[in-house]
Ligand binder design. Structure first.
Ligand code: HEM
Length: 508
């Protein structure tokens, strides 16, 4: 009996230790699950400690494959973090839109947010007082009615794309880049901004953008896992050099607008609006410089990619192009070129644009949101603190909303009344309170370029160099790889097209 006692004591201790372990385990699980009653959404199995490994390439497509396998909303565990991927249309509306207040936050971004941008880049700003100030000023200036004043800039730049293509069709992608860069720079800093592709400012801005996109890829930077690395000088030094270059550029650009304003020479621009309303919007000079600068980052590559996809889709789908060009011939004719005033009557152009944005989404994964409270949904819970992506690629392939999703079919956007359907809305511009503030100006850019390109040219594939319509660079913004297309003027002859174009932007 006495001999048994130590055993009993040992067993009791072991039992207590086991109980403590179980309790600790369930506490961790409850924390991860956020809500002890509801589980996390399903997802692929991962390592018991490290969790899931993020796919190294084509993340949005790999996530989409998991959505097909596990359900419309899936969860992954990346070390201690929970990542939620929403991959179906209805769930994206129910969660990303209806819970927009809880999902207005961004996850911590050490490399791009803290080291490169010192917390000043709007797209990465956490929810809170600063975000609300930035959001108010950008959304006010870029709302649907307000951006109409930028129409002449867009018309002129779209006209230049046509002339550039006539002069040098092989570089059609470079022309789309130039369109986007020059429009966003003029919107941001006014008319006297240099917009030639080889202007030093433009070259630097593109370089900055590359750095930003490189730092932004989920899982790309070790410092996101080990933030302590940001204090390690040799690790941080190149990002610090990039930050200084970027900051100088943004200050120089806004400084120019301030000087022009002082001399009474500043035309309309976002920079001017900021400087004139600094007190109302309560922004520091540093915040204004970054806000203006980061518009370029957010609005140039995205717009250029959308235009390139229009060209690719037209060349790869002649039957869809026929329908648009019949409409252009019936409504516009060939003696004048379409303008913004024609938007409401060019329904086929609208459908073609919508289908381009769905068929090859500009941002395939979307941007990360962060939940600031538990979100119970159906029989699971998205826990507070989770990183949440509305995966654009997966949503664009939702077979219930977009039957035969891989088919390029602009006609899917028409309802039985012949109007363009509103209920299919694809979230090209993101979700809820973080929805892209530049969407009105972007839509107008895509519209005017689609209308003008398809009015001016029959766009076809070069039989010697067929287009790979899946050839996109894997990144935050999915750039089409270089592709060839042939542009044949649709009106009388090239000289006549040049003449119409010369008149087109007259008097702006
Ligand atoms: C085809 C063109 C464009 C596309 C596809 C696009 C798409 C997006 C997406 C997906 C987001 C993230 C939304 C989210 O977090 O859910 C975003 C954010 C943003 N976009 Fe755009 N965008 C485009 C053009 C523009 C333009 C022209 C501007 C500026 C004039 C702009 C300015 C911004 C800004 C400032 C943000 C950050 C918003 C925030 O974090 O609250 N974008 N855009």
């Amino acid at each position: 009996m006495f001999q048994l006692l130590p055993d009993v004591a040992f067993q009791a201790k072991a039992l207590a230790a086991l109980l403590a372990l179980v309790l600790a385990g369930s506490a961790v699980r409850a924390k991860l699950k956020g809500n002890p009653r509801l589980p996390l959404p399903p997802g692929p199995p991962g390592h018991w400690l490290l969790g899931n490994a993020l796919p190294r390439v084509n993340q949005s497509q790999q996530f989409a494959a998991w959505v097909n396998q596990y359900g419309p909303v899936i969860s992954l565990r990346i070390g201690p973090k929970i990542m939620i991927i929403i991959g179906r249309h209805r769930e994206s509306v129910d969660i990303m839109e209806k819970e927009g207040g809880v999902l207005a936050d961004r996850p911590r971004s050490v490399a791009a947010g803290e080291m490169l941008s010192r917390g000043l880049r709007m797209v990465l700003t956490p929810a809170g007082e600063q975000f609300r100030r930035l959001r108010r000023v950008v959304h006010t200036h870029l709302q649907a009615k307000a951006v109409e004043s930028y129409g002449p800039i867009q018309i002129q730049a779209a006209r230049d794309v046509i002339l550039d293509i006539l002069n040098d069709p092989k570089r059609h992608q470079a022309h789309a880049n130039r369109y986007a860069a020059s429009v966003i720079l003029r919107v941001t800093y006014g008319k006297s901004t240099p917009t030639a592709t080889d202007a030093p400012e433009i070259v630097t801005i593109h370089k900055m953008l590359k750095h930003f996109q490189m730092l932004m890829r989920p899982g790309a930077m070790l410092v996101e896992k080990y933030p302590i690395l940001k204090y390690v000088p040799f690790y941080a030094s190149s990002i610090e050099t990039w930050r200084q270059e970027e900051s100088k550029l943004y200050h120089d650009q806004l400084g120019r607008v301030a000087r022009e304003l002082g001399m009474g020479e500043a035309g309309p621009s976002f920079g001017r609006y900021l400087l004139e309303n600094q007190n109302t919007h309560k922004l520091s000079y540093e915040e204004m410089a970054y806000l203006a600068g980061s518009l370029f980052g957010a609005g140039s590559d995205t717009t250029a990619v959308a235009i390139m996809v229009v060209v690719m889709a037209a060349a790869c789908h002649p039957e869809a192009q026929d329908i648009v060009q019949d409409e252009l011939d019936n409504i516009i004719g060939r003696d004048r070129a379409p303008t913004f005033d024609d938007y409401d009557t060019l329904l086929q152009i609208q459908a073609f644009m919508l289908e381009c944005l769905r068929w090859r989404p500009v941002t395939t994964l979307g941007f990360a949101h962060r939940s600031t409270a538990d979100i119970p949904y159906k029989d699971f819970c998205i826990p507070k603190g989770a990183i949440v992506f509305g995966n654009h690629w997966a949503i664009s392939r939702d077979p219930e909303v977009y039957p035969n999703p891989d088919k390029f079919d602009p006609q899917r956007w028409f309802g039985s009344d012949g109007g363009v359907r509103d209920d299919l809305k694809f979230p090209s511009f993101g979700f809820g309170r973080r929805i892209c503030p530049g969407r009105h100006i972007a839509n107008r850019s895509i519209f005017i370029n689609t209308a003008l390109l398809l009015w001016s040219f029959r766009i076809t594939q070069d039989p010697n160099s067929p287009i790979d319509d899946t050839g996109f660079v894997d990144g935050v913004i999915a750039h089409p790889k270089p592709f060839e297309a042939c542009f044949t003027p649709r009106i009388a002859d090239e000289a006549h097209l040049r003449e119409v174009m010369a008149k087109y932007a007259e008097g702006l």
